[in-house]
Design a protein around this ligand. Structure first.
Ligand code: CAO
Length: 416
């Protein structure tokens, strides 16, 4: 099967999560992704959170599948020479070093452009160029705080809260992938490369745009009627944390199911979609609520929305989260069980679709990873294992025209 990005060569100068998530996605779709790593150590995630001694950690293997690994000390003249050759032959270079690291290494954008005017340089930084914090190094949770996610996540009587979803890291990588593909299409038209930059703060904020919507509504109205603070609580002048509220046009909440006393995930998410009110009443055995003026409009329900949720919880008390969803789906009510990582790992539908996939690693053996969440009618990306450190060094150097004698000299020069 021909994959759409076959023939696109990418220098993957990334580490940790934001950059690797981007290049991994492009590798699944056929790009030739060469991960450049420091000799001896490589990407720091190879050794972070290890579960098997001396074997690449899952943190690394789950973000670097389908890539090649080239070890190169790009601070040494020999390494710089190889990198220059690679730049001349490649289409894209992706990096997510700390601010200024690429310049200090001797590869500012002006130099890269000189070496290859068709090159697309794609960078992730914590903050965008020119931002008053653009000198800061940034990790996931820092970005969630800087991008508006933390101040709007959690409960109103608790501190700002971090989401488990990698909004700062993988999300930024996905934004960068869109930027790279756009620049590649642009290059087809102009023949020129360009620099693509994505900041983690901006990427988080992009996903929090509904909270900026709410800030402007709050500024105008002084209240937000879909938040639990309405109508009984207080609003300040900033968007509050709304707990598990729906956040959109329909109220929702996480509700207890059978077994919640001992199982911390025995819950469903229940949504009271306006036009589903009659089916909801029928499903939970409250047909008399359908036309009751106390309940029959969203506005009428809002003042006692938590009493309604409490009644639904009474109905849920003798049903597991799966049984409850099986009943509610028949009434077309938007809802889902709160699923654990264990349940997701073993979900037959996710295995079938390739969203959860098992990969064979040379040293680790089989491991689970998340495959492509993007599905195509004419292509099913095959997920292969992440490379060992330097596994493809000789192969890549040979493809650049180095003889075996030159390759072994280069190994000596880079020995750690
Ligand atoms: N050969 C020689 N040197 C290399 C090299 C190689 N193959 N690869 C990297 N290096 C050097 C760089 O040149 C740089 O050196 P200097 O600091 O002397 O210029 C250094 O290694 C890497 O520096 P760094 O600042 O990127 O790394 P760090 O561990 O101090 O910081 C991080 C990590 C993630 C905070 C920082 O890279 C960063 O802010 N990146 C941008 C934002 C980002 O992507 N964060 C998300 C990471 S995912 O959670």
């Amino acid at each position: 099967m021909t994959r759409p990005l076959e023939g696109i060569k990418i220098i993957d100068f990334t580490h940790v999560q934001a950059g690797p998530a981007c290049t991994q996605l492009l590798a699944w779709f056929g790009a030739d992704v060469i991960k450049v790593e420091r000799p001896g150590s490589g990407d720091v995630t190879r050794t972070q959170l290890r579960d098997i001694p001396n074997v690449d950690a899952l943190y690394f293997t789950m973000l670097n599948s389908n890539k090649k690994s080239l070890t190169l000390d790009t601070k040494k003249p020999e390494g710089k020479e190889v990198l220059e050759k690679l730049i001349r032959e490649s289409d894209v270079m992706v990096e997510n070093f700390g601010p200024g690291a690429l310049d200090r290494m001797g590869f500012p954008w002006e130099h890269i452009k000189e070496l290859n005017p068709k090159m697309i340089l794609a960078s992730v930084k914590g903050f965008s160029d020119g931002h008053h914090y653009d000198d800061l190094k940034v990790y996931e949770n820092v970005a969630q705080c800087a991008g508006g996610s933390a101040s709007t996540t959690g409960f109103w009587d608790g501190p700002p809260t971090i989401s488990a979803a990698a909004l700062g890291d993988s999300n930024t990588g996905m934004h960068l992938a869109i930027g790279i593909l756009t620049a590649l299409i642009g290059r087809d038209k102009t023949g020129k490369g360009q620099k693509v930059a994505v900041s983690m703060q901006d990427s988080v904020l992009n996903l929090c745009r509904v909270k900026l919507r709410d800030q402007q509504r709050l500024d105008r109205l002084g209240y937000l009627e879909e938040y639990p603070q309405y109508p009984h609580g207080e609003f300040s002048d900033v968007v509050p944390r709304g707990g598990n509220a729906g956040g959109g046009g329909q109220p929702g909440w996480v509700l207890k199911c059978k077994g919640w006393e001992t199982d911390p995930n025995a819950y469903i998410y229940f949504t009271i979609q306006g036009h589903a009110w009659a089916p909801i009443c029928k499903a939970i055995g409250k047909p008399e609520w359908i036309d009751d003026p106390k309940y029959n409009t969203a506005q009428a329900r809002q003042p006692h929305i938590f009493d309604i949720f409490a009644t639904i919880e009474t109905w849920l008390a003798d049903k597991t989260k799966f049984e409850a969803v099986d009943i509610l789906r028949k009434f077309d009510i938007p809802c889902a069980p709160v699923l654990t990582m264990k349940e997701l790992a073993n979900d037959p539908s996710l295995r079938e679709s390739g969203t959860i996939t098992e990969v064979q690693h040379k040293e680790r053996g089989p491991y689970l990873t998340v495959g492509s969440p993007i599905k195509f009618s004419d292509m099913k990306p095959e997920i292969t294992a992440s490379p060992l450190l330097g596994e493809h060094t000789d192969e890549v150097l040979a493809s650049l025209g180095y003889s075996s004698e030159q390759i072994s000299k280069l190994h000596d020069a880079q020995a750690v």
